[in-house]
Design a protein. Structure first.
Length: 271
């Protein structure tokens, strides 16, 4: 294919099977200078979609527009039959219950225990008083224990979050997101603060849990090789637009040069 042609996988644009449909998404922090310039994507109901691209091209903005941690300037984000962009505060709060989020810097409450941080994934489902008192139903506590076993942290249930390593903190973040019982998982640079070995462990965990629980995941990631290894689909952004959308094995060096520019970085492993 020519370098200036966006690669689109077979079946892209089929809304009947999409867990999320993004239509003409625009975000401009400064008027007239969009960071996202009319992004249109359908996210399938399974697998990991990796978002790659150079710094400043809008990867984190795209992820954060989906759950409106960043407010879109224009366009539509259709999830569960509703346009998230137009929801009022109460409606958005309800919609966010079904969208788990894993953060680059973990976003844990450092003074709370691992168990308390995981249970915070259920805060949208209990009354404000019970949330303040940290009183959760036995079923939630049982689910939290099961998730902590799944992510390998049963020995750290009562440890404070600030006593954990980076990889352990990210495992807590993943368990917290899954405590929401989400229908979509977002991850904003989940491995950028981790060493290479731990990064592989975290991506393996996210892939396995996404597959086992049937939860589609959208992961913003710098490391191209991790994206190739763990994603079922890669979306490449450049200049706030989609310039590649396809399977990992279709992501050739010519596309990488189009996404990132230049050639000297191609011998590296972090995009």
């Amino acid at each position: 294919m020519p370098e200036n042609t966006t690669h689109v996988p077979p079946g892209a644009g089929n809304e009947t099977t999409a867990a999320l449909a993004i239509r003409g998404l625009v975000k401009a922090y400064v008027r007239g200078k969009p960071v996202l310039n009319g992004i249109t994507l359908d996210i399938a109901s399974n697998g990991i979609t990796a978002i790659i691209g150079p710094s400043g091209t809008g990867k984190s903005t795209l992820i954060r527009c989906i759950n409106r941690l960043v407010e879109p300037t224009g366009g539509e984000i259709i999830f569960e039959g509703r346009n998230l962009v137009t929801l009022n505060r109460g409606e958005l709060r309800a919609a966010r219950r079904q969208i788990g989020m894993v953060f680059q810097e973990y976003n844990l409450v450092e003074r709370l225990t691992v168990m308390e941080n995981v249970l915070s994934g259920r805060l949208g489902y209990v009354s404000p008083l019970k949330a303040w008192l940290r009183r959760f139903p036995p079923s939630d506590i049982n689910d939290a224990y099961a998730l902590l076993e799944t992510v390998g942290l049963t020995a750290h249930v009562h440890a404070r979050a600030d006593a954990l390593s980076g990889g352990q903190r990210q495992r807590v973040g993943i368990a917290r997101a899954l405590m929401q019982r989400p229908k979509l998982l977002l991850a904003d640079e989940p491995t950028s603060s981790l060493d290479p070995k731990t990064s592989v462990e975290i991506m393996t965990l996210m892939r396995d849990l996404s597959n086992e629980r049937g939860i589609p995941a959208i992961v913003n990631i710098h490391n191209v090789e991790l994206a190739r290894r763990f994603a079922t689909r890669i979306v490449g952004l450049s200049g706030g637009a989609v310039v590649f959308d396809g399977a990992p094995d279709a992501l050739s060096d010519s596309y990488l040069k189009q996404i990132y520019g230049g050639e000297s970085w191609l011998d590296g492993d972090d995009g």
